[in-house]
Design a protein around this ligand. Sequence first.
Ligand code: GRF
Length: 213
Amino acid sequence: MTLDIGVLISGRGTNLQSILDAIDAGTLDARVRLVLSNKASAAGLERAQKAGVATEVISHRGFDSREAFDAALVARLLEAGVEWVVLAGFMRVLTPRFLDAFANRVVNIHPALTPAFPGLDAQQQALDYGARVTGCTVHLVDAGVDSGPVLAQMAIPVLHNDTRESLGDRLLVEEHLLLVSTLQRIAQGSLRLSAGEPGSRPRVWLEEAPPEE
Ligand code: GRF
């Protein structure tokens, strides 16, 4: 299956770039239908334009509520034919208004092993905590901050002489690989979600599609 994806960004867009590169190389079976940014200054917009992908800026500042902003995003994404949404450095928390429109089809990349270090600057949080291992997580998005069901994680060591920059750079390499490989697994298989026991976290896993005849 070819995934029709919309990518939401707020900044430099290296994760977006890894998606565009993988599509170009034929290693990710997807089409980026639209890149949306809440910031006109996001460098990722230019990356999309260079790849011939449609872009749009919708500033959250133009709306009275989070729900109204989310409704505008949903309208544009649906119009563009988007079926799966990838948050790639998108710095806004989404409301159920958005999440219900793309139920269990919103994916985020976070630079820590959730549930550790949610929120801003997870790399610095890991350093400040003195963690010896950190990593990155691709997860489905729920209404919390970096809290949704985990699809895939990759761990890396924190070195004794790591700085925010050195750790962030090593993590970014893994982020790009993990995001693209997880999206490809979604394209190739089917995502299963179980509600689990009452009160427990939903579980999610990817089933490989049977090989084609
Ligand atoms: C990445 O570290 C990602 O994990 C986090 O925001 C950062 C975005 O970087 N959610 P980029 O814009 O993809 O370069």
